[in-house]
Design a protein around this ligand. Structure first.
Ligand code: DAH
Length: 349
C-alpha cells in the first residue's frame, strides 16, 4: 500500500509539473505504457493469492482512476491555455486604422466633391451635368444676360476660335450655371439638381486660376423661396464643416440670373491660431445664391406662374482650402506630387 501511495504521489506530481499537451502524451506512456509504472504493478498481481489480488486490484483501480482524472483535468487546462494563446497571437484589431497603401493619394478636390455630393444627395439633390465647351446662349443669354449685358464682361471669357453656331460663339463655360438651363430643359419640375464642374476664366494670380471648380444647386418646386435657400445653405455648411451650429449672413447682391440675389457669409473665429467655423463674429464670404429669375425659368421651359426656383453656387477650391487648410490656390492644378502628398487623402478600403 505504501508503494502504491508513493506511485500515485509521484504520478500526480509529474502531471502537476507538466506544461504542454505534447508532454502529457509522454507522461501517459510512462504511466500506462507497455513498461509503464502501472503496468509493472499489475505484473505483481500475478504473484499474489486471491485475497491479495482483490486488495491490490482495488487499490490499482483507485490509483488508475485518480491518475486518469488528473490527466484529463490537466489536458483540458493546457488545451484552453493553448487556444487562448493562439487567439491572442491571431487577434485582429478591427478598430485599428486602415493601413495606407502606396499608390498615390486622393486629390483634395476629389475628396471634397464626394463630400458635397453626399450632403446634397441627402437633401434630395440629383447630380446633373453639362458640357465644359459651351456657347453664349447657355452661358449668358439663357441666364438673363442678353448681348452687351455688362455682366458678360466680368467673366473674362475664353472664346474658342471657331465659327459661331446658331447659339452664338463657342466658349469655355465661365460658371456651372448653364447646367441649370440644360437640366430644366431635360426634365419636368419639381426637381433638385446639383452639379460639380470645372469652369474657366482668363485670370491668374495667387487667388485666381484660369480653371477652377464650382458647385451649382438648383431647386424648382411650387412654393419654394428665399427662406428655403437660407435653410439649405445653412444646413449644407453645418454638415460640410461638421459643426452643430453656425450663423450665415445674407448680403444683398446682384446676379442676373437670380432676383433677389445674395452673397452669403459664414461666421468664424480664430482660436489658438486655428480657424473655427460657426463661432465668433468674423465673416467670410462663402457663396452666392438667390431666387431664380422668371426669365431663366422661361428659358428652361418652366412656367414661372406655377413654379419658383432657388439657386446657389460655391467655389469648391475655397471650401476645400477652408476645411483642410490648403494655402495657395495654384497648387490644386500643378500636379506636384509633393503637394498631393501634403494635402491629399489616403485611400481607405
Ligand atoms: N454663377 C455665379 C458665379 O460664377 C455663382 C452663382 C451665384 C450661382 C448665384 C448661382 C447663383 O446659382 O444663384 O459667380
Amino acid at each position: 500500500m505504501v508503494k502504491i501511495d508513493k506511485l500515485l504521489a509521484s504520478c500526480l506530481s509529474e502531471i502537476e509539473k507538466c506544461d504542454s499537451l505534447k508532454k502529457i502524451e509522454s507522461i501517459k506512456n510512462v504511466i500506462f505504457g507497455k513498461n509503464g509504472k502501472i503496468t509493472q504493478v499489475m505484473d505483481e498481481l500475478r504473484r499474489l493469492d486471491k485475497e491479495g489480488k482483490r486488495k491490490l486490484g482495488a487499490e490499482i483501480n483507485f490509483v488508475k482512476d485518480e491518475i486518469t482524472r488528473h490527466l484529463d483535468l490537466k489536458h483540458s487546462k493546457l488545451q484552453s491555455r493553448e487556444i487562448n494563446k493562439r487567439l491572442e497571437s491571431e487577434f485582429v484589431d478591427v478598430s485599428a486604422p486602415a493601413r495606407p497603401r502606396s499608390f498615390g493619394k486622393i486629390h483634395p478636390l476629389t475628396k471634397v466633391a464626394e463630400e458635397i455630393e453626399n450632403i446634397l444627395s441627402y437633401y434630395g439633390f440629383v447630380c446633373a451635368d453639362g458640357p465644359d465647351l459651351e456657347n453664349e446662349y447657355y452661358n449668358f443669354t439663357a441666364l438673363n444676360m442678353p448681348d452687351h449685358h455688362p455682366a458678360r464682361t466680368m467673366h473674362d471669357t475664353f472664346y474658342i476660335n471657331v465659327p459661331s453656331g446658331e447659339k452664338g460663339r463657342y466658349l469655355l463655360r465661365t460658371h456651372t450655371s448653364p447646367i441649370q438651363i440644360h437640366s430644366m430643359l431635360a426634365n419636368t419640375p419639381p426637381y433638385r439638381f446639383f452639379s460639380i464642374g470645372r469652369v474657366y476664366r482668363s485670370d491668374s494670380d495667387a487667388t485666381h486660376t484660369p480653371m477652377f471648380t464650382q458647385v451649382e444647386g438648383l431647386v424648382v418646386e411650387k412654393n419654394v423661396g428665399f427662406a428655403h435657400l437660407k435653410w439649405i445653405i445653412t444646413n449644407f455648411l453645418k454638415k460640410f464643416f461638421a459643426v452643430k451650429d453656425l450663423s450665415i449672413r445674407l448680403r444683398p447682391s446682384f446676379f442676373p440670373f437670380t432676383e433677389p440675389s445674395a452673397e452669403v457669409d459664414l461666421n468664424y473665429e480664430i482660436k489658438n491660431g486655428e480657424i473655427v467655423f460657426g463661432r465668433g463674429d468674423k465673416w467670410l464670404e462663402i457663396c452666392g445664391g438667390g431666387v431664380v429669375h422668371p426669365n431663366v425659368l422661361r428659358h428652361g421651359n418652366v412656367n414661372p406662374d406655377k413654379y419658383q426656383g432657388i439657386a446657389f453656387g460655391f467655389g469648391v477650391e475655397r471650401l476645400t482650402s477652408l476645411k483642410y487648410g490648403v494655402p495657395d490656390l495654384r497648387g490644386y492644378f500643378e500636379s506636384d506630387e509633393r503637394w498631393r502628398n501634403a494635402f491629399g487623402f489616403h485611400h481607405v478600403f
